[in-house]
Design a protein. Structure first.
Lengths: 263, 177
């Protein structure tokens, strides 16, 4: 199969443009919402270093979300602030994993680890994307995200294999989160088209790679991966857990008072 | 070795004195500093990707250190003001993705200044997802490598926190990205 490089957004038309918009929107919304969830720990982390780490990751994710929203704007969508703040819950395309309330520290660490492992695989694939602007941005973001994954991996192993209480909390979090994490790989209607064009791999392929990446870390943490769990889908078509609406009510409160305000 | 990219004359209206103007702009950019690491100017930090002078304006391409760097708008404003103060008009600062900034873009002089500032310069870049070794960073105070990683994240997005067993001080490192 020969695939053409797409050097700039200007040459994207019709269904391929729609496919890229759909892809960028789900990447951006995942980053935006998990970034917000992380920011809920700012000032509340269990120890100072943990607080700084989770707050730094929140700042990184927000920056990445902005970069993706900026790309959407270059593709003719509305400006980044309007896309980020000016939508109704059903217009967001994030996976349920990132919507869930922040939970305890074990839940936060487990979610972040499962998410970062998925993101790392996606970004690695994107560095080979035929869509040059995406490949460039992914290379950049991946350099930053590797620190998130290092952080998550060391915490998962430490907490999974520490006290009975920490082990039990991590195992519980893993059981609850795993089906949602599988939902990160919900194929969209553009799945095949994006793969054919060499822009993004098929979601099923990414999922398989993710499963083999997280398994050894979870094993090292003495945690067992739940069997027979069905992925929780819906996020990529705008069906979200109620937690997203609560989050957005909070996040959009100031913006909605005066959407035209200049900051 | 880091090469500061040579500026290109892309303007079809290039004037004879453009070369002098271009040199002047690069010179002025040495006066713009990163607010989070005030001892490094933007050239030493490696975030200036290109400068182009045109008849009516000047364009500066800037490649951000971190995508979510909160200092970006401030640096952009500082560049504009500094260049305007030297008589340039219509300063355009483009934030570019290509070339992507990596810590290898910090110049040798920049690395020396980081160390002087008390910040360990970044080790060689680990491209993509490769896991960098943050253990045994060289202590900027006593040059010992008998050090340990305390936290991957520090007071700014670009720093990690370490502890030196030799001089018993904590220090920060500019993370390789």
């Amino acid at each position: 199969m020969t695939t053409m490089k797409i050097e700039s957004f200007d040459t994207l038309m019709g269904p391929m443009r729609d496919a890229v918009i759909s892809l960028l929107l789900h990447l951006a919304d995942d980053e935006f919402i998990i970034g917000h969830r992380n920011s809920e720990w700012t000032g509340h982390g269990p120890i100072l270093e943990a607080d700084i780490a989770v707050s730094s990751m929140a700042q990184d994710e927000m920056g990445h979300a902005l970069a993706y929203y900026q790309m959407l704007h270059e593709l003719g969508e509305r400006d980044p602030d309007t896309i980020a703040f000016g939508r109704k819950p059903r217009e967001y395309r994030c996976a349920s994993l990132v919507c869930l309330p922040k939970g305890d520290w074990a839940f936060t660490i487990m979610r972040q680890f499962l998410y970062d492992a998925a993101e790392s695989i996606r970004l690695t694939a994107f560095t080979r994307s035929t869509l040059t602007p995406l490949a460039q941005l992914a290379t950049k973001i991946h350099g930053e995200e590797k620190y998130h994954l290092m952080h998550g991996r060391s915490w998962v192993i430490r907490l999974g294999d520490a006290t009975p209480d920490s082990h039990a909390r991590m195992q519980k979090a893993l059981h609850e989160l795993y089906p949602h994490a599988l939902g990160l790989f919900e194929p969209t209607e553009y799945d095949e088209e994006l793969a054919q064009a060499g822009i993004s791999p098929r979601e099923d392929d990414l999922r398989a790679e993710w499963e083999s990446a997280v398994a050894p870390v979870l094993a090292a943490a003495k945690l067992s991966i739940p069997d027979h769990l069905q992925p929780i889908y819906g996020g990529r078509v705008g069906r979200h857990p109620p937690a997203l609406k609560e989050l957005l009510d909070n996040l959009q409160l100031v913006y909605n008072i005066d959407p035209s305000a200049k900051w | 070795m880091v090469n500061i990219p040579q500026a290109q004359h892309t303007s079809p209206y290039a004037q004879p004195n453009d070369e002098a103007r271009l040199q002047q702009v690069w010179k002025m950019l040495e006066r713009v500093f990163d607010p989070e690491i005030p001892s490094l100017n933007v050239i030493e930090l490696g975030i200036i990707a290109d400068v182009r002078v045109h008849t009516r304006n000047v364009e500066v391409d800037m490649t951000p250190t971190f995508v979510g760097c909160p200092a970006l708008d401030r640096i952009r404003d500082d560049i504009t003001q500094t260049l305007e103060s030297s008589g340039e008009h219509g300063v355009i600062v483009n934030v570019v993705r290509d070339p992507a900034w990596t810590s290898d873009r910090i110049t040798p002089e920049g690395r020396r200044k980081l160390k002087e500032f008390g910040l360990a310069p970044p080790g060689p870049r680990c491209s993509g997802g490769e896991t960098p070794n943050l253990e045994h960073a060289t202590c900027p105070f006593c040059n010992s490598i008998d050090t340990q990683l305390e936290s991957i994240f520090g007071p700014t997005l670009c720093r990690s926190i370490h502890y030196c067993q030799s001089c018993l001080q904590s220090f920060e490192q500019f993370k390789p990205v």
